[in-house]
Design a protein around this ligand. Structure first.
Ligand SMILES: [Zn+2]
Length: 160
């Protein structure tokens, strides 16, 4: 039994015994099998999407690793869908990790190895685009924390 068919059969079994699982979000057996295969974590940043209800219900999305506008044949292909938090899925958008040298040629299902290699390219891309944003945020956080401390000092002085 292949990796994806094993996950599909586990998801199917879970659905049969618990038909209302995640039904508020209209999960299909396919979505549930992706959730299981990716161990309930965003494949890009590692966020644990099962840690609490808010994450499981509001932070989850399913990303098309190879964007559907360029790979319409893979739009519904389980091997091309990955569990992703919304914060990662948003900025990735239609960015295509299958640049030269191409990892995937053609329209067939992705192998586990191809999926891992493509995920790694997206992680590298995020590291690159987020470097300056993270540095800017570090400065912003310092400004906010400094203002909070200043307020605490002013309040202490006013109370004295
Ligand atoms: Zn993420």
């Amino acid at each position: 039994m292949s990796e994806s068919s094993r996950w599909l059969s586990l998801a199917d079994e879970l659905f049969k015994t618990n038909p209302d699982i995640f039904n508020e979000d209209n999960y299909s057996v396919q979505s549930l099998s992706i959730y299981l295969r990716d161990l309930g974590r965003c494949v890009y940043c590692g966020l644990d999407l099962l840690q609490q209800r808010q994450h499981a219900y509001h932070f989850v999305s399913f990303d098309h690793l190879l964007p559907k506008d360029k790979y319409p044949a893979l739009a519904k292909e389980t091997t091309n869908l990955v569990l992703s938090c919304r914060a990662c899925n948003g900025p990735k958008r239609q960015w295509n990790p299958n640049y030269d040298p191409k990892i995937v040629v053609g329209d067939g299902p992705l192998t586990d190895e191809q999926r891992e290699q493509l995920i790694q390219r997206v992680r590298d891309y995020f590291r690159e685009v987020n470097a300056s944003r993270n540095a800017k945020f570090d400065r912003e956080r310092e400004l906010i924390l400094t203002a909070m401390k200043k307020n605490a000092t002013m309040a202490a002085t006013a109370g004295a």
